[in-house]
Design a binder for this molecule. Structure first.
Ligand code: GRF
Length: 220
């Protein structure tokens, strides 16, 4: 695959998008799609001359904006789709259609803390275990039909410090997110990370790089 085209889906601030833009070596970001027209990340994309589009939910319970998002993606027919803080659950038919091509970043060491408020929950566990469980971080994974359960590609860890509050911890995890996500996307784009029969495979080069960056990967 020569310089695969990716679409990035966002809902907000877009700091992961910014990092994907900044570190794009083996992929090209074709379009950024938001489900919030005022997402700050759209401006970051425009500043980088990347096409943007937004589809907002019209009313509570109305999901037609998601069909518009799917249509737009199908028209562009990207090689991969990166979910960078896209705060909406995608429908099973779409997830199945793009299986192995749909990649998400989640701010916890999955399978710990699926869903929301991951930093708060990590801090609670830290306090409940008197600081014994002090590992936190982020995961990049292929998306499955159930939320935050798809095959994990790689994780980056950080340590919870005594006295950390949620913001401080979120910031520390975010620094890891910004390193991890582009690394994964670049390696997927040049086929050093691949996905076959529900298994994530790493080339020797990707394995070595992961070690250098202190990313956690599972090799066979
Ligand atoms: C990140 O923590 C990401 O892991 C989570 O939502 C947050 C998005 O932040 N899914 P940003 O918009 O990339 O700054």
């Amino acid at each position: 695959m020569n310089n695969p085209r990716i679409i990035v889906l966002i809902s907000g601030r877009g700091s992961n998008l910014q990092s994907l833009i900044h570190h794009a070596e083996n992929y090209r970001i074709e379009t950024v799609i938001s489900n919030k027209p005022n997402a700050a990340g759209l401006e970051l994309a425009r500043n980088a001359n990347i096409a943007t589009t937004a589809f907002e939910r019209e009313a509570k319970g109305d999901h037609s904006h998601r069909e518009q998002i799917y249509q737009t993606i199908n028209q562009i027919n990207p090689d991969f789709i990166a979910l960078a803080g896209f705060m909406e659950i995608l429908d099973p038919h779409f997830v199945m259609q793009w299986k192995g091509k749909l990649i998400n970043i989640h701010p916890s060491l999955l399978p710990d803390f699926r869903g929301l408020h991951t930093h708060q929950r990590a801090l609670e566990r830290f306090n409940q275990t008197d600081g014994q469980q002090n590992q936190h971080g982020c995961s990049v994974h292929f998306v499955d039909v159930t939320v935050d359960t798809g095959p994990i590609i790689a994780q980056a860890t950080c340590v919870i410090e005594d006295g950390d509050n949620e913001e401080q911890l979120a910031q520390r995890v975010l620094e890891q997110e910004h390193r991890l996500f582009p690394w994964v996307m670049n390696n997927i784009a040049n086929n050093n990370i691949s996905y076959n029969n529900a298994t994530v495979n790493f080339s020797e080069q990707a394995t070595n790089e992961a070690q250098q960056h202190k990313f956690v990967i599972k090799t066979k």
